[in-house]
Design a protein around this ligand. Structure first.
Ligand SMILES: [Zn+2]
Length: 251
């Protein structure tokens, strides 16, 4: 394919050869946000279009806010990898992927510029309008691949997106001293925590034992919803934030 009309009117098209047809549901119902994790945005853009990389995303948003579309929204881009949400594992088939240019944790992890986030918001508003994406289906790569991925990370301003009507968020409960659940804990409270995480969509086994996979999922939850402290420890603030999030979902 040499070109196509962008789904997002303000996007520049640079075609990636790394895509295929969506399997099963033909319409996307989820947005997955990533960071590029490479030294430069132009390098990431080239990599996502390079047949040798076997990865792609529908969009890439540069630091200056410039939006590039590489795969049509109707097609299946290759951005999620091994991942899971609400029991669904072929996330590439049900989602639209957005790569936000940022070198990531291993290269200093700078803050996301305001102009860049402005473009991410505009892009998400457009996608949500075209495909009726539910707010709680705008997720981080770390949400759908906990332990394997940490992007777009704890500096990603989900609150700015939420203020613009994108995504699902509640104000995180304040962090205070008190009893916590952490690796080694077991019993009903752990089972309740795991059940709530699973109910929200996270892939976690409900065992009643706070094991390493529970810690990893708690960390992923914090990275998105309680960004001030990401430590895998289910303190009262983490549990309350999760409870509030679930409660706001059923309203
Ligand atoms: Zn990613």
């Amino acid at each position: 394919m040499s070109g196509f009309l962008p789904d997002e009117p303000s996007a520049e098209v640079r075609v990636s050869s790394n895509f295929g047809p969506r399997r099963g549901p033909l319409k996307p119902d989820m947005i997955v946000l990533h960071y590029t994790g490479m030294a430069t945005g132009t390098g990431a853009e080239s990599w996502l279009c390079d047949p040798a990389s076997e990865v792609s995303s529908h969009y890439l948003v540069h630091e200056n806010g410039h939006i590039v579309q590489m795969v049509r929204e109707s097609d299946r881009a290759w951005h999620a990898g091994k991942s899971s949400w609400s029991g669904m594992t072929d996330i590439n088939s049900c989602s639209i992927g957005i790569e936000v240019v940022n070198p990531g944790h291993s290269l200093g992890y700078p803050a996301f510029p305001r102009r860049q986030i402005g473009s991410v918001i505009r892009l998400c508003q457009g996608i949500s309008g075209r495909h009726a994406i539910a707010p709680e289906r705008v997720l981080a790569h770390s949400d759908i691949a906990p332990g394997r991925k940490v992007d777009p990370g704890e500096k990603f301003p989900w609150a700015a997106l939420f203020a613009a009507g994108i995504g699902h968020l509640v104000a995180p409960a304040p962090i205070r001293r008190g009893p916590v659940l952490e690796v080694g804990a077991a019993g009903g409270q752990v089972e309740a925590l795991q059940s709530m995480l699973a109910l929200y969509g996270y892939a976690v086994e409900i065992s009643g034992v706070f094991d390493r996979q529970t810690e990893i999922v708690v960390e992923a939850f914090q990275r998105h919803f309680r960004q001030r402290r990401v430590d895998g420890v289910a303190d009262r603030s983490t549990v309350r934030t999760l409870q509030r999030l679930l409660a706001s979902l059923v309203q």
